[in-house]
Design a protein around this ligand. Structure first.
Ligand SMILES: C[S@@+](CC[C@H](N)C(=O)[O-])C[C@H]1O[C@@H](n2cnc3c(N)ncnc32)[C@H](O)[C@@H]1O
Length: 358
């Protein structure tokens, strides 16, 4: 007979612990490595919560090869900013249109949530864990988890998704959340199909990604600057033929990072047996109040801050585009950001929800 559960079993539930003890190759119980507490710069005692952390099939070099944005610790602040933007724009951790379904799923027996590509400082999943303290929430990412305070019902799995999902994830989760991961993933249809297989009947896939286009104040797509090799570089720089530098920069950035098989989330969902139950398009203003958008002013400020960071690391991504002259790449960065500061534009996001039928 088993005795009292080990602390790590309590942290993630007995069923969960059994799974991991049987299946996983490596596990460690993390108390900020050696200590259980430390002192912050303001003198407050910071207590670290144990996190059940596992490392599965990981190819360290893969992240470097396939994911182009800054990784792990280097991107924590920007991902926090992005999370705030999403929460403000969607009206919460998920849109209110699915509140009833989420609440229903979260009160079912053995309900579990998986946040796919959760980030190394997982914000959405830890906030979900706080909101639903009786539900086991797992964050999965290829980048390692950063030190921090994590809820008891949160666990982290380090895994490379290009190797597919672990077998024990099949038919297991009530909700899968995948935000801003698909676009850069080498094979988005494979990722979506894998996620669909991990859902329980009636489970939901919450899929969020950028649409890749820039919108103008009139909420219509803005024509991007496009380099024309039949004209000289000087001519291209002098006359953009109505094309926007910022929209051009954004389009080229997308070309540098986006998988060729990426499609807007509703189309990706349609390639699976999942039923699309909601698809919503959201515009987020850059640096202005967004004309009637809820929380517009705050969103505008956050979005501009985010854009500033992305503009800063974008030259490394544009450098990969061999068909663009260096002068054009430089102009896209400098003129694009300049234009963004003086012109009212939006970024476009998709929020799509797919449901697995019985
Ligand atoms: C833009 S971040 C989004 C993070 C989080 N979903 C959010 O919205 O805050 C994309 C994440 O996907 C992860 N990722 C990229 N390729 C991956 C792979 N092959 N396996 C697992 N995670 C991966 C990255 O490490 C990164 O944390």
């Amino acid at each position: 007979m088993r005795g009292r559960p080990l602390p790590e079993e309590e942290a993630c539930g007995q069923h969960e612990a059994k799974h991991y003890f049987n299946q996983l190759r490596f596990m460690y119980f993390r108390y900020n490595r050696t200590s259980t507490s430390s002192t912050t710069s303001s003198g407050q005692l910071r207590v670290y919560t144990p996190v059940f952390t596992t490392t599965m099939d990981v190819d360290e070099a893969r992240l470097e090869k396939t994911y182009s944005f800054p990784k792990g610790n280097a991107d924590v602040e920007r991902l926090e900013l992005q999370h705030q933007i999403c929460v403000l724009r969607f009206g919460g951790l998920y849109p209110e249109e699915i509140e009833g379904q989420v609440q229903h799923l979260m009160t079912q027996r053995d309900s579990e949530v998986l946040d796919v590509g959760c980030g190394s400082s997982p914000i959405w999943s830890t906030q979900m864990a706080k909101r639903f303290p009786k539900v086991n929430i797992t964050g999965l990412d290829l980048a390692p988890l950063t030190d921090g305070e994590y809820p008891k019902n949160f666990s982290f799995v380090r895994h490379d998704l290009t190797k597919g999902f672990p077998d024990e994830y099949k038919n297991r989760f009530s909700i899968l959340h995948c935000r801003l991961v698909c676009q850069q993933f080498p094979d988005p249809p494979m990722l979506i199909k894998g996620m669909a297989d991990c859902l329980k009947p009636n489970g939901l896939l919450l899929l969020i990604d950028g649409g890749g286009q820039t919108y103008g104040q009139d909420k219509k797509p803005v024509t991007p600057f496009k380099y024309d090799p039949s004209r000289s570089i000087t001519e291209n720089l002098k006359n953009t033929e109505g094309g926007s530098w910022h929209a051009g920069w954004f389009a080229e950035l997308g070309r540098g990072v986006r998988s060729p098989t990426f499609k807007p989330p509703p189309e990706l969902i349609r390639q699976t047996p999942l039923k699309e139950i909601m698809s919503q398009e959201y515009l987020v203003p850059y640096g202005w109040e967004g004309g009637g958008i809820r929380n517009g002013k705050k969103l505008g400020d956050l979005m501009m801050k985010n854009a500033e960071t992305v503009y800063k690391f974008s030259p490394a991504i544009l450098a990969r585009l061999n068909d663009l002259p260096d002068e054009i790449k430089k102009a896209l960065v400098t003129k694009g950001f300049q234009e963004l500061k003086g012109r009212k534009m939006y970024i476009h996001l998709w929020y799509t929800v797919g449901m697995r039928s019985e």
